[in-house]
Design a protein around this ligand. Structure first.
Ligand code: SAM
Length: 460
């Protein structure tokens, strides 16, 4: 049962629609996936029900056991709630207005919106995917690696740390931690933990996050603010606050009526919130969970140079390793750098931006994590196998069936199918999963320990 204060709040917002809304909020939630455009695969799902606002977004009939599908581990698709995919439509519109060279996903873990941004931003955009909680930042790295886009840097910073990158980003997405009313039917705990006091705390934290990152947005740049909650305190009131306190301008996004997405103008808000536009996904109108999204533009402010720019310190430590270079496509357009024992490859056009990011933030992963050095030897990483920048021709490919693909993903002992020696790329139906080192009579499974499937498969 929903808390009485929540029902009252929704009655105020929705009036006579509230009962229909509340019954929809008790229905089972829908499962949806978003395909990776760069990794076409023959998925075993019925993909006849598209999420209308996102190319490659589909509803599934029921929730399969995703863990046992090698394609998900190969980054061929991402399980993402359909409403969240609306960000693709927003980005499509912003691309028409602005040259989006640098983008930040500030609250990025586990990586749903970052992988969507990586697919929908212009190809040469540098995307910084940030997560403040370290354990969640590790999961973000894993999901970014599996998606395989080369133009992403993962950082692990508090929003206030972005003060050292003023006027840096053309686009900032703030998918803020919130009271999660839109997730009540997906996660009962969110409903049990809900209180008006917590809504207030969330709204205040969101304002702090927004204020902390605002200077990092370029003048003329866009901030996309989203939550998965329904109350107006965390939504339109925060948009209104950004207009008043930060000088942000609320921007309208064109949406076809048939999508069923409501605008803030269609709900009962106090008069003073009228100019704070947002888009709302209600479960009685749209197949998806509750989402609020609003686009704001920074129309004024100081265009002062970035402090790290004035230091002019180039932190990328270049690595010269010809073995590794042949493992990547278009290596002449990449810059190889070393951090500890890891060799990363970044797009040459991103190097200057990345230097500034490295001067200011805690970078966990940068472009393609291509190899780990062990003494003089370079060992190809799973991230390389999963990267769209992989040069497949540099490796012998071992095609495995479902049973062996799952054994590989469980990081179990792996029999050699050939007598050859060296690193081999393990592929399931042409989707690459990772590397083994073939020793002739057996293979060393190089799949990362922390990514392995932990489930006991024959216990199903
Ligand atoms: N954008 C993600 C996606 O699509 O997969 C979901 C993000 S989730 C709604 C909000 C994220 O904000 C969480 O990963 C959480 O750890 C992070 N977070 C929590 N407190 C924060 C804070 N004070 N500042 C910034 N991020 C915070």
């Amino acid at each position: 049962m929903f808390p009485a204060a929540f029902i009252q709040q929704m009655q105020t917002l929705l009036g006579s629609d509230c009962d229909t809304f509340l019954s929809a909020l008790q229905e089972d939630s829908r499962t949806s996936i978003r395909l990776n455009k760069a990794k076409p695969a023959r998925l075993n799902y019925n993909l006849s029900r598209p999420a209308l606002w996102c190319d490659g977004g589909f509803y599934l009939e029921k929730r399969p056991l995703f863990t046992l599908d090698p394609f998900i581990h190969g980054g061929a698709y991402y399980v993402q709630e359909a409403s969240s995919m609306f960000l693709a439509h927003v980005v499509k519109q912003l691309r028409k207005k602005s040259d989006l060279k640098t983008a930040l996903d500030l609250c990025a873990a586990p990586g749903g919106k970052s992988t969507l941004l990586a697919d929908n931003l212009p190809e040469n955009t540098l995307l910084v995917a940030n997560e403040v909680i370290h354990s969640r930042a590790n999961i973000l790295c894993e999901n970014i690696s599996k998606w395989g886009s080369p133009g992403v840097v993962v950082t692990n910073n508090d929003p206030k740390d972005f003060a050292s990158l003023p006027n840096f980003f053309d686009l900032i997405a703030v998918d803020a931690p919130c009271s999660g009313e839109g997730m009540f039917r997906k996660d009962e705990k969110t409903c049990d933990e809900w209180s008006e006091a917590n809504v207030q705390l969330c709204a205040e934290r969101q304002r702090r996050i927004l204020a902390d990152v605002w200077d990092s947005l370029k003048v003329g740049g866009y901030l996309v603010y989203s939550t998965c909650t329904f109350n107006s305190k965390e939504n339109e009131e925060n948009v209104w606050w950004m207009q008043q306190e930060l000088g942000a301008q609320s921007i309208k996004i064109a949406i076809p009526l048939k999508w069923g997405i409501a605008t803030s103008e269609e709900i009962n808000l106090s008069e003073n919130l009228r100019g704070a536009y947002g888009y709302r996904f209600f479960p009685h109108k749209v197949k998806g969970e509750g989402l609020f999204i609003s686009v704001l533009q920074k129309t004024a402010g100081d265009s002062f140079p970035s402090r790290s720019e004035s230091k002019n310190k180039h932190t990328i430590k270049y690595a010269d390793n010809q073995d590794v270079e042949v493992w990547l496509r278009d290596a002449d357009r990449l810059i190889f750098s070393q951090k500890g024992d890891e060799i990363f490859a970044v797009k040459a056009e991103h190097a200057a931006f990345i230097s500034k990011v490295e001067n200011s933030l805690r970078v966990m992963q940068c472009g393609v994590q291509a190899a780990t050095l062990k003494g003089k030897d370079a060992i190809p990483t799973a991230s390389l196998a999963l990267s769209t920048q992989l040069n497949r021709e540099a490796f012998t490919q071992q095609d495995v069936d479902l049973k062996d693909a799952l054994l590989f993903l469980k990081k179990e002992a792996f029999a050699s199918q050939s007598q050859s020696r060296g690193f081999e790329l393990i592929c399931y139906e042409n989707t690459s999963l990772g590397f083994v080192k073939n020793l002739g009579n057996r293979c060393n499974n190089l799949y990362p320990q922390e990514w392995r499937i932990r489930m006991r498969i024959n216990e199903r």
